[in-house]
Design a protein around this ligand. Structure first.
Ligand SMILES: Nc1nc2c(c(=O)[nH]1)N[C@H]1C(S)=C(S)[C@@H](COP(=O)(O)OP(=O)(O)OC[C@H]3O[C@@H](n4cnc5c(=O)[nH]c(N)nc54)[C@H](O)[C@@H]3O)O[C@H]1N2
Ligand SMILES: Nc1nc2c(c(=O)[nH]1)N[C@H]1C(S)=C(S)[C@@H](COP(=O)(O)OP(=O)(O)OC[C@H]3O[C@@H](n4cnc5c(=O)[nH]c(N)nc54)[C@H](O)[C@@H]3O)O[C@H]1N2
Ligand code: SF4
Ligand SMILES: [Mo]
Length: 749
């Protein structure tokens, strides 16, 4: 008999509702849930293959441990934890806590267990060596927003459902399905902008799918976005178009500093450096100022480049100066249901964001978001001395493929005394581990988007229970993390995790009951925990968070409010309405103002001035950029047959004129090399590429020995991150430069 199950897709930030048909314990059909409050039936090829992912025979279903012969072999959970406990103690005794490190990968951001139990585990370990995908991704945006608005989760989200003008830089949401902008069916939403008489403009060195669907597209020299944005700011001042709006009266500081900083960056001065004509820049500035509402949105092409933080900052400077900060149709702040730093504590001001509180040992690269740049991971393992990393745990991460110079990292991993991977595959990274602890299939655990409800274009909440029971004996990720927490706390491998979990629940309830702005201020923590009923694990903590959150029932204070039970009774999700203006309430800067000119960012402007000299010459004149692909998910969905069938995924796109100059025919094998390495792959001629720019997707290169991802290995592709240069970073955030890498192209052989 067929049954249906509803499940939020955990595979990307769009958080689509899926409707699964289950027959005899198998997923036989996946459709978009047309009643989902946010996605209204939208689905992409990845979500449609979630059943195949669940069924993948290569997906790990038992822990693996390295034996005396050096090979990874199945073992029991108890064996795995006992081994970890023993090694942990030995490393701790000899080297102390700074010898431990962690890398948290992209799937952690989609995991309720990972988000709730990951940080406490890291706290129990007590190391500053925390790395994550943020430093090959969005850290610059979080730093810029954090310094301007007071918390790293106060991200300005384009209100695309109401905007009249959308300027997109370095993002391809028709393929990526949106990032730092949870907006399922971006194409449909974008269409309505046109129907309202609005306009979409895309700035990208490649005429992307999004650019094709837009009203206007301009090529930009990779890395030229900071120059372009500064010139827009310059033009706004120059032409008297600066009108932040009455709603920001008395709430804005730093306008004059911004005007001054923008002085050298006239449209005429930047035109050569960014490859866009001065008149076009001025026109865009005028259009942004004149539109009834407008939003500037930048994504991975603007963050993973040498001026990632400056660019991210300038994007919101433009939004602010044109009157579009925190107003409908502009950029706004989502109000998430499970609370976030900008819905907690006193409204309107706070401690603000601090950066560079500590630094890496080898290069002195500064901390941001409580983390160090992953670019520095290999050298922090290699460099001897106090604090040398001897042990690493990766959670849902594949940094060997995802971060620059992964070959160097792979070698470094083999020198560790203890490496643990919590992963679903034995892949390019986890194959180096002493122990792999398998995570459950996405359909075997519950789901709630703690992160993406913070970045959504509408306020919403959506909870899914597990579709299938986990196989007997398997642990959920939160149970794995609690057992590791027990080990790190000295309680040992066999410790009961229930009491630790109870402690976390009491701690959370205690924080709420001590907060004057919480609906449960002054109440007894134990009473709140008891009111959460017989739930345990992430469900209990989520229930407490929801009930104390901005829409919560406050444990009775607001009886109609949100609870986990209410979400369970609403399998299509709960719509919490369009975004609302939130300034000044959402601000958590120390001044209680929007800080338009954070000193940490202004200090990086002189470095940008050097770029005014124009594009530097290099190699045979090519710059490498990346791209997302509809049927791919970073480094790890290439083991699903349906997603890798069809045209070759990992190719280098090159403008036909460049290809002719380099002597590379369409469809021919080519060698792409940088000063760090070279890869071989198929060249595809494409008029969509800007002259002088080539594009290769990341996450490929599945030819590593010792892996068990048989489909992916048969469609290996090449690892573009062998070309990256781990020395090149956005100076403020330490984020890797993944776009604009000088390369040379030649025919293979
Ligand atoms: N050159 C270049 N490099 C890039 C980028 C780029 O644009 N260009 N993009 C960067 C970006 S934005 C990101 S986010 C990173 C992503 O890079 P990573 O952080 O490495 O994340 P993924 O590549 O998604 O790898 C996810 C890992 O988690 C495992 N996994 C999947 N599901 C689960 C699960 O439920 N639980 C657990 N425990 N594990 C799971 C997978 O098997 C895989 O090993 O790559 C970055 N690297
Ligand atoms: N199908 C699919 N969806 C995904 C992912 C996936 O792997 N596959 N990954 C997910 C992840 S982890 C993330 S972070 C998001 C990323 O989401 P997006 O940022 O939308 O990702 P991309 O499609 O890589 O779009 C980046 C665009 O920036 C352009 N670009 C490169 N360099 C520059 C530059 O210097 N300036 C400008 N202006 N543009 C530049 C590229 O040509 C590309 O079109 O996607 C997520 N969604
Ligand atoms: S767009 Fe993202 S969330 Fe939606 S089905 Fe595809 S992978 Fe899942
Ligand atoms: Mo990402």
């Amino acid at each position: 008999m067929a049954t249906t199950a509803l499940r939020t897709c955990p595979l990307c930030e769009a958080t689509c509702g899926l409707e699964l048909t289950i027959e005899d314990g198998e997923v036989t059909k996946v459709r978009g849930d047309k009643d989902d409050v946010l996605s209204h039936g939208f689905i992409c090829p990845k979500g449609a293959n979630i059943g195949a992912l669940h069924d993948d025979p290569d997906r790990l279903r038992t822990p693996m441990m390295r034996g005396a012969d050096g090979e990874l072999a199945p073992c029991s959970w108890d064996q795995a934890f006992a081994f970890i406990d023993e090694r942990f103690k030995a490393i701790d005794a000899e080297h102390g806590r700074q010898a431990f490190a962690a890398y948290l990968g992209n799937p952690v951001a989609h995991s309720l267990s990972g988000l709730i139990y990951g940080r406490p585990m890291l706290k129990a370990i007590g190391t500053r060596n925390i790395f994550s995908a943020s430093s090959v991704d969005q850290a610059p945006k979080q730093v810029a927003c954090g310094l301007m608005f007071g918390t790293s989760l106060s991200i300005s989200i384009p209100d695309i459902d109401r905007t009249d003008y959308l300027l997109i830089l370095g993002a391809d949401p028709l393929i990526s399905n949106g990032s730092l902008m949870t907006a399922p069916d971006f194409r449909g939403r974008m269409k309505t902008i046109g129907e309202r008489g609005g306009k979409v403009v895309v700035i990208d060195p490649r005429r992307s799918r999004t650019a094709e669907a837009a009203d206007e597209h301009h090529f930009i020299r990779p890395g030229g976005d900071a120059l372009l944005c500064f010139a827009i700011v310059n033009a706004l001042f120059d032409e008297g178009l600066v009108t932040p709006g009455d709603h920001l009266d008395g709430l804005l500081s730093g306008v004059e500093e911004v005007e001054q900083a923008a002085q050298p960056f006239t449209p005429e001065a930047v035109a050569a450096g960014c490859g866009i004509e001065a008149e076009t820049i001025r026109r865009i500035a005028r259009e942004l100022a004149a539109a009834p509402s407008a939003a500037v949105y930048g994504r991975i092409g603007t963050t993973t480049q040498p001026f990632g933080t400056v660019t991210s900052w300038l994007i919101d400077v433009i939004n602010t100066l044109t009157g579009n900060l925190d107003r409908p149709g502009g950029v706004m702040f989502t109000k998430p249901p499970a609370g976030s730093p900008n819905t907690q504590g006193a409204a309107g001001s706070g401690r603000g964001m601090k950066i560079h509180r500590w630094a890496t040992r080898a290069k002195g690269r500064g901390e941001v978001l409580g983390e160090l740049p992953v670019n520095c991971l290999a050298e922090e393992i290699e460099t001897p001395g106090e604090g040398q990393i001897r042990s690493l745990i990766t959670i849902g991460g594949n940094p060997v493929l995802s971060t620059p110079n992964g070959d160097r990292l792979a070698d470094a991993l083999d020198t560790l005394d203890l490496m643990i991977s919590i992963d679903i595959y034995r892949n390019e990274t986890s194959r180096h581990a002493h122990v792999i602890l398998p995570a459950l299939s996405a359909l075997e655990h519950s789901h709630f988007d703690l992160v993406f409800t913070v970045f959504a274009v509408r306020n919403f909440a959506n909870y899914s229970p597990p579709v299938f029971d986990p196989p007997a004996g398997m642990l959920d990720e939160w149970e794995i993390l609690l057992r590791l927490t027990a080990i790190a706390s000295g309680a040992g491998a066999a410790a009961e995790i229930g009491p630790i979990d109870d402690f976390f629940a009491l701690e959370l309830a205690g924080r709420e009951s001590r907060s004057e702005t919480s609906p449960v201020f002054g109440r007894e923590p134990a009473e709140l925990v008891a009111a959460a009923g017989d739930r345990v694990g992430p469900e209990r903590l989520l229930d407490i968070m929801l009930r104390c959150g901005p829409y919560g029932d406050g444990f009775g204070a607001n009886p109609d409010g949100l609870t986990l039970a209410k979400l369970e009774a609403s399998p299509h999700g709960v719509d919490l309405g369009p975004l609302q203006p939130r300034i000044p309430e959402s601000l958590r800067t120390a001044s209680g103002l929007v800080e338009l000119a954070p000193p940490e960012i202004i200090a990086d402007v002189p470095r940008l001035r050097a770029e005014l000299e124009g594009a530097p010459a290099n190699g045979n004149g090519l710059l490498l950029i990346g791209r997302r692909q509809l049927r791919s998910n970073n480094s790890w969905m290439h083991n699903v047959p349906k997603l890798v069938s069809g045209p070759e995924g990992c190719t280098v796109l090159v403008n036909p004129d460049d290809a002719a100059r380099c002597g590379v025919a369409d469809g021919q094998r080519a060698v792409l090399s940088s000063k760090r390495g070279s890869i071989e792959l198929t060249a595809v001629h494409s008029e969509a590429m800007m002259l002088g720019v080539v594009s290769v997707p990341h996450g490929w290169g599945h030819d590593g020995e010792g892996t068990e991802i048989n489909v992916a290995s048969a469609h290996a592709g090449a690892n573009v991150n062998l070309l990256g240069d781990s020395e090149r970073v956005d100076e403020i955030s330490g984020t890797a430069v993944l776009n604009g890498i000088p390369v040379e192209l030649a025919a293979a052989g």
